[in-house]
Design a protein around this ligand. Sequence first.
Ligand code: NAD
Length: 490
Amino acid sequence: MTTQLHSRNPATDELIDSLPIMDADEVRAATDRARAASHWWGAQGFSGRRVALLAWRRYMATHADEIIELIHRENGKPRADAALELLLSLEHITWTAKHASKILGREKRRPGLLMSNFSAHVEHVPFGVVGVIGPWNYPLYTPNGSISTALAAGNTVVFKPSEYTPAVARWYVDAFAAANPQAPGGVLTLVTGDGATGAALCRAGIDKLAFTGSTATGRKVMSTCAENLVPVVMELGGKDAAIVAADADIKSAAEAIAFGAMGNSGQTCVGIERVYVERSIRDRFLSELKDALRDVSPGCAATSSYGPMTMPGQIDLVRRHVSDALAEGAQAVMGGIDSIGDRYIEPIILVDPPHTSSSIQEETFGPTLTVTTVDSLDDAINLANDVPFGLAGSVFSRRQASRIARDLDTGQVSLNSVLGFAAIASLPLGGRGDSGFGRIHGPEGLLEFTRTRAVATQRFPLPGIALLSFRRPEWLDRALPRLITWLHGH
Ligand code: NAD
């Protein structure tokens, strides 16, 4: 039986939309529609899909005010941040639409001397129907990273958004249909609901699943997909570190880190949650950091730096991490437990919690930052790497940034900036360890949503030399050991 999901403004509790909580039958029906549409979508080829994706992008750009307002109301972030989210999403759609044919087109391969009577090539074939399960923190940008790439690669998509941001998802899916009235229903389909709806999608006969969300849910999703050997991309949580070396531009490092940590209320998978700073510049860095955050505060006014916590349950987790750190000897140099309200959290900076603290080892996903003093850059690298996550990181140094970045065990890194990689559409995104695996965005993202097929074509038979045949002549069998030495024995 279908019941309703009520989406509310996290700043005011105003009802934004009511959508159905779909059951397994409804999700299966949506997947069947996506399967039927995949023949039409595949037949469009790269050029037809490019036209459709660029029409969608144009529709969203020309109706930007609607979606910016909806993201602001449903997720809580300021309108300017919602606009930035839309802009980056459109950059990704444009890039994948324009590059899919070059990246995924047929690739010729050399057959080698032994098989010189063959030609060889590789094809990148769409999976068919891709399921996408998304989170609420960037309700447009994050699922779009999988959806636009999967569509450009020739798949149809069934999208299950977070139960906290289903209205944004409905607008986004409707925008595709409005921009492409010639397309049959089912190229991009919305299914709404909670975790059970997501689990139903994993079991609905999809060919691949792209999941973005927490590590704990990712484990459950993987195990559900394993029932039918459905391959998965896992974009999970993070605990990103920034390393600030003694030769860094301290003021600009502090300004960048302030934004990377507190922007979007710290609810950014690749947000900065930890800083490792060399002892000689620690006090200057802290002073610049406090300066950078002096006028930064949450609220729902046009001038607010960031909004409320989108998911009420997250507030208790932030409180636990901050109180753990303080009980374990960390010093709060900005904010503290009292900064945590019912909806909003003021910026909190905790200096030198122990390395085993929950505030260092677990994802906090709030506007808090730990700053740990180190005696060497090697210590900074070792501590930065010694957490279960490996999503992204940042390095601030005038002369050693590349060297430090090379040793950071993460999927992406920004040098002398934060989050840069997420705004460059040609770069892949993905993690290691508890941050997941697989890649979305860029060429690697396009390849992720295709199956690789090898094709070998015999152009002509070699007279008397049928290598792959029971008719192989005896002289050839006798010659094979000499052939091995001739080809590989030097
Ligand atoms: P979540 O794990 O609670 O939920 C994510 C999605 O999974 C939701 O749509 C939810 O309905 C669905 N879901 C829940 N239980 C399920 C189940 N058993 N089977 C199938 N689906 C199920 O995550 P969230 O709170 O929405 O998002 C925040 C998390 O997402 C953070 O950990 C953040 O770091 C992570 N994230 C990662 C990236 C990345 O690119 N790596 C990007 C954004 C967010």
